[in-house]
Design a protein around this ligand. Structure first.
Ligand code: AMP
Length: 212
């Protein structure tokens, strides 16, 4: 598929899980700024060290850092792609416009009580970043990644207090992007409730049936 897709949704809306699967099955290039930033933190790069404090506090990492991190990736993009976690504010959306168009923005819509449950039970692989849920998507062996046998852990920014701050930041900075893409006629809102498979089907049907 060669669509250029942006995935929007609150923390815990299922973006990361759906993004990985969509890219594997629809042959899209995945760019997740959250994953890239966590990798930079693990690699102890200067950028990672600077970004960590913002991430742990549930704040957005400053635009210059994020843009520096993904600029080359965006410029080198060929064919279809899916952006998970970028753009996160209007400034980043403007920057994206200078590099590429966006065919479809998918907004995953979920209730806040569902978000709290999803995040509390989320576990991530330290090594490859694969995401699990203790009930909805458990690993085969507790605490061990199915894909790479890495250790599963709870993200430091998944504590209740930080999640609240991330939600606040989402409403204030990221949600306005639905207005922007809505005005351009490229926004589709998808119900993010239900099983991973159900939500996945809804997204694929919405993307395939999308006519501008
Ligand atoms: P995520 O994995 O998308 O939930 O991102 C985790 C954290 O990384 C966020 O709470 C931010 O601190 C940071 N982050 C990820 N993407 C961006 C972005 N596009 N702009 C600024 N900060 C970001």
């Amino acid at each position: 598929m060669d669509a250029r897709i942006v995935l929007l949704g609150a923390p815990g809306s299922g973006k990361g899980t759906q993004a990985k699967r969509l890219c594997e099955e629809l042959d899209l290039t995945l760019i997740s700024t959250g994953d890239l930033l966590r990798q930079a933190v693990r690699d102890n790069t200067a950028l990672g060290a600077e970004a960590k404090g913002y991430m742990d506090a549930g704040k957005l990492v400053p635009d210059e850092l994020v843009i520096g991190l993904i600029n080359e990736k965006l410029k080198g993009l060929r064919g279809g792609f899916l952006l998970d976690g970028f753009p996160r504010n209007l400034e980043q959306a403007k920057m994206l416009d200078t590099v590429t168009g966006v065919d479809i923005a998918v907004e995953l819509d979920v209730d806040e009580d569902m978000i709290v449950d999803r995040i509390a039970k989320r576990r991530s692989c330290r090594q490859c970043g694969e995401v699990y849920h203790l009930a909805a998507k458990p690993s085969k062996v507790e605490g061990v990644c199915d894909k790479c046998s890495g250790e599963l852990y709870q993200r430091t920014d998944d504590s209740e207090e930080t999640v609240r701050e991330r939600l606040r930041v989402y409403h204030e900075r990221t949600e306005p992007l639905t207005g922007l893409y809505g005005e351009r006629g490229v926004l589709i809102k998808v119900d993010g409730r239900g099983s991973i498979d159900e939500v996945y089907r809804r997204i694929v049907d919405a993307i395939r049936g999308f006519k501008r």
